[in-house]
Design a binder for this molecule. Sequence first.
Ligand SMILES: Cc1ncc(COP(=O)(O)O)c(C=O)c1O
Length: 398
Amino acid sequence: MSNFDKIVERRGTGSEKWDFLSRTFGSDDLIPMWIADMDFQSPKPVIDAIIKRAEHGIFGYTDLTEEYYETVVNWFERRYKWSIKREWIVYTPGVIPAISTAIATFTNPGDKIIVQPPVYYPFFRSVESNGRRILANPLVLHDKRYEMNFRDLEEKAKDPRARMIILCNPHNPVGRVWRKEELERLGEIAIENNLIVVSDEIHSDIRYPGISFKNFASISEELADISITCTSPSKTFNLAGIKASNIIVPNRKMREMFRSSLEAMGISKPNVFAEEAVKAAYREGEGWLNDMLNYLKGNLDFLKRFVEENMPEVEVIEPEGTYLVWMDFRKVESDPKKLERLMRDIAKVALDEGYIFGSGGEGFERINIACPRSMLERALVQIADAVKRYKEGLVRFA
Ligand SMILES: Cc1ncc(COP(=O)(O)O)c(C=O)c1O
């Protein structure tokens, strides 16, 4: 059994989270709880498969075998009862490359793309750097739980330049796992208004007890036909640096267009470790995944108890999925720039600031809890201490 309490030194490995802290936060002297990867080693069978491939010693051009695709098909059948066809799967070197490619392929410059902030901020970049425009359909917070605003979505979807919705399920950063009825309602609106739905399901394997997940495209053939589903073992098994995503595009015409765009950009082929890593993870990683999810639940319970006892003015938005916890600090400091300084300069933790997730994120912080509990505890102690000193007026920002 894996030991998730083990501290594995990541400095010196080119880790974006650890080695490039000063580039993003202006200091190295912070506990990094920001970018969404885990401080846990991947399952042993994945490590072994990569070592075995590396020992071969030749790293020439590669492509994915039928076995790879079968493994992906079986994973969705087994875990989600979602029967996908082998030919629906398109490999991309990551989910963000897939989303940007979908935007460039299926929309025109000046078109509008609906997103639901506060949301994973690279969506904004993918839209805007392609010369498209953001159409925000903000989530609403009711009694510590986020909901979609369908009335607003209906209005936004009617915009003559609206072409696409980027759905985030489970939602990063608010942690909702959307129910089937919510997805159906969103799907109806998309169909009525001829919108393509890009469903980013990268976090779907990471859920807390009792929460089930429905793949958007598995609801009906009509929804499958307008959808591009982004999946990857990268969050699940901590393989983000392997750069392997499987994009499910059931509509043949859309798939051909999508694949042609990837080929045109020269990004349709995998790196040499993708095949072995993905196969090992999906075939032999489930035991590790279950243990990891148990440990994560322990971390979430620990965080909730700690905040209740030590920072009662901070509200934790209970996540249904993802290892990212969204916390409301508005009663501590509602000015997002001052809150940022409190976390970075006083608490000495690197968090993703709420305001970067778009409207509605100001005054919130996103903390990544996929780390050894001792590290989580250290970060929380530093945050609580900073909050206490701030409330007592011992710390002030101009
Ligand atoms: C919702 C969501 N989509 C996509 C990504 C990034 O995917 P990739 O690294 O495969 O581009 C992340 C990473 O945090 C994410 O949270």
